[in-house]
Design a binder for this molecule. Structure first.
Ligand code: ADE
Length: 235
């Protein structure tokens, strides 16, 4: 059974180019994943097709309202008997990492909710009890780009999504370290040389050099990841 990903959004047209390109496209063509986009505004009941309203108590901006959101979620979930893992994209959420992407790639149904405006009526969060995820500590104009980041990170982990040419197992984050440096032809470019160990053909030496590079580069480029790596090793 393939992974079903539903997205609830005011801007479904943003997703076409991303889901229709490269690995997300190929994974769908191979039957590993299905994408279903739903327009939140279709669930508005007034003449203005409202999905948001002014906040009680005053303050700037608009708030996503309960009725359209609950009706849309219930409508989407009724389309398939498998229970969906509900995910709300919001800068208030836990920051997405590789372990979370791996965990979500094992589910069989995800419902991604992309918000807009100042935020959601808190009863949406209380009533739908979604997992709240952020893609980083900065504010986007809406949850759509965040949803696409999440979809891409998940879909490439589905068994069979990556061809042999794409590489996956020994890439950054597989074990908490970043990638070793890579080179391709030519051996010398503008006086910059490829490290001689890579040209020597000694595979044990190459593996040793690469591991040392991963550790060194993690220490200098990502001291936060290095600290977590050291902590895990000492447990
Ligand atoms: N919506 C707005 N900003 C966001 C972020 N950083 N992550 C997820 N959803 C968002």
């Amino acid at each position: 059974m393939s992974l079903r990903i539903d997205v609830l959004t005011l801007f479904p047209e943003m997703f076409g180019p991303i889901l229709g390109t490269s690995i997300p496209k190929r994974a769908a063509a191979k039957g590993l994943v299905e994408y279903h986009l739903t327009q939140l505004r279709d669930f508005a009941t007034d003449n203005h097709k409202s999905v948001d309203d002014r906040p009680f108590g005053g303050g700037p901006g608009m708030v996503m309202m309960c009725q359209t959101m609950f009706d849309a979620v219930e409508h989407i979930e009724a389309q398939d008997p498998r229970p969906a893992t509900r995910i709300l994209l919001t800068p208030q959420g836990r920051v997405l990492d590789q372990a979370t992407a791996e965990e979500l790639a094992k589910r069989d149904r995800l419902l991604l909710i992309a918000g807009h405006y100042e935020g959601f009526d808190e009863r949406i969060i209380d009533g739908l009890a979604p997992m709240e995820l952020s893609v980083g500590d900065y504010v986007l104009s809406g949850g759509e780009l965040a949803a696409m980041v999440l979809i891409d990170a998940i879909v490439r982990l589905l068994p069979g999504a990556l061809g042999a040419a794409d590489g996956a197992a020994d890439e950054t984050f597989a074990d908490g370290l970043i990638e070793y440096p890579q080179y391709t032809r030519p051996k010398v470019y503008r006086d910059m040389e490829v490290p001689p160990v890579l040209i020597g053909g000694n595979h044990a030496k190459i593996a040793q050099w690469r591991q040392a590079q991963r550790e060194e580069r993690t220490k200098t480029k990502r001291p936060d990841l290095w600290a977590a790596y050291e902590k895990r090793k000492s447990l």
